[in-house]
Design a protein around this ligand. Structure first.
Ligand code: PMP
Length: 438
């Protein structure tokens, strides 16, 4: 039995009544009608293994999260100007996952709002607008965040790098110059930030903030070399700037070993922003900072966000934390992530086109290259593999400046059986594409 409109009808209706610059995944779009756990089911009754959508952190339609949202929606939903248990309990539970200095939380409705609020705080604290970002980063939808997102301002439709924004190199070890000793990658890439600080100084400027994803994802699932953030944070702080970790994609235990990816670098940011998986699909986001920065922001102007931190959002957030903690899902992410890495490395030994395999927990990337020496991006091949994987019933994405990195962020409840299925599908897609059958 057909559910609703056909795919073709929906594409036509989108053209008539929605923005033309909304994109659609895949040349042949998919219409999903249900989600459960790691599965998304389409309008033809076909189930796809979802290895891509990190918002459904504890699995699509998780019963504990649904129940919490439904119960609270039926009881009360208001805003932060009335007292409620859930917001303070959530602030306590969330900050418990962070280093003790990071103890003041603010709630918003999207990662972009969290980053915009972060900017207001940083500007209030330092009195400076100047920012250092990493090349190919994306931090949000608003004009001031597009200005901090090379991924947007450098591409078609963008207006280029604004004068108050300074770009440091992507600290991508796989593409580091061959003569750099691996142990020095952190310090060598950090020099690019030092150069930006020096360039600012020449113009009589200094950094208000350094902003980076703790694992640059849009830049192609790039894992920062050891020592990188500690070097960079020291330089930025010496120049009077704040250090900000954007954990919107990578946070909430996805990397397994830690709650937050910045922890793997042994640093403590001044501000952390988070979103996507926080409510398992319920639109909420957060920022956590220190008493000091929060104090600077408290300049007499109220911060009020109509929906941010409402009781329903806060119980959704609490339910997600319950599921992660009670299900020991960080340990699961570490175990299954390591298993997937092993499998991908075995594939790398067989397929010359796999230049690099990388991951932490359930945040993974496979970089495809034309040639292992030149590391020239195999962009068309990555697209074919991604389509081949979809045809075989799994979802992943392509990412990076050349769109040649297969990107995977499966739900935290991913099992070994799911991992085996993903690997079987991926291997079959590689065989078909590399032998020219697809
Ligand atoms: N920061 C990062 C790293 C993101 O990936 C995104 C979303 N892709 C955002 C910020 C913005 O979040 P939102 O779309 O919820 O506004």
């Amino acid at each position: 039995s057909r559910e609703g409109r056909s795919r073709t009808e929906i594409v036509a209706a989108r053209k008539a009544n929605l923005l033309p610059n909304l994109s659609i995944s895949y040349a042949e779009p998919i219409k999903f009608v249900r989600g459960e756990g790691v599965w998304l089911t389409d309008d033809r009754g076909r189930a796809y293994l979802d290895c891509f959508n990190n918002v459904c952190h504890v699995g699509h339609a998780h019963p504990h999260v649904i129940e919490a949202i439904a119960r609270q929606t039926a009881l009360l939903n208001t805003n932060t100007r009335y007292l409620h248990d859930a917001i303070v309990t959530y602030a306590e539970r969330l900050t418990t996952t962070l280093p003790p200095e990071l103890c003041v939380a603010a709630f918003t409705c999207s990662g972009s709002e969290a980053n915009s609020l972060m900017l207001r705080m940083a500007r209030a604290h330092t009195g400076r607008k100047e920012a250092i970002v990493l090349d190919w980063a994306y931090h949000g939808t608003t004009p001031e965040l597009i200005e901090l997102s090379p991924y947007k301002y450098k591409r078609k439709g963008g207006e280029g790098r604004p004068v108050h924004v300074f770009e440091a190199e992507i600290p991508d070890s796989y593409h580091a110059p061959a003569d750099w000793p691996v142990a020095e990658h952190g310090a060598r890439f950090a020099e690019s930030v030092a150069e930006q600080i020096a360039a600012m100084a020449k113009e009589g400027r200094a950094p208000g903030l350094f902003l980076a994803e703790s694992i640059p994802s849009v830049a192609g699932q790039v894992f920062l070399p050891q020592g990188y953030l500690s070097e960079v944070y020291a330089m930025v702080r010496a120049a009077g700037g704040l250090c900000v970790a954007d954990e919107v994609q990578v946070g909430f235990g996805r990397i397994g070993s830690h709650w937050w990816a910045f922890e793997t670098q042994g640093v403590v940011p001044d501000i952390v922003t988070m979103g996507k998986p926080i409510g398992n699909g319920h639109p909420m986001a957060a920022l956590v900072t220190t008493h000091e920065v929060a104090g600077s922001f408290d300049n007499g102007m109220e911060y009020f966000n109509t929906f941010g931190g409402n009781p329903v959002s806060c119980v959704a957030g609490l339910a997600v934390l319950d599921v992660i903690e009670q299900g020991d899902l960080r340990r699961n992410a570490a175990e299954i992530g390591n298993y997937l890495l092993e499998c991908f490395r075995a594939m790398q030994a067989r397929y010359e086109v796999i230049g690099n395999v990388r991951g932490m927990g359930l945040f993974l990337g496979i970089e495809l290259v034309e040639d292992r020496i030149t590391k020239a991006p195999a962009t068309a091949l990555a697209r074919k593999i991604n389509n081949g994987v979809r045809a075989r019933g799994a979802l992943m994405g392509t990412e990076g400046p050349h769109d040649n990195v297969l990107k995977m962020r499966p739900p935290m409840i991913f099992t070994r059986a799911h991992a085996d299925l993903l690997v079987a599908i991926l291997e079959d897609a590689f065989e078909a594409v590399l032998t020219g059958r697809e």
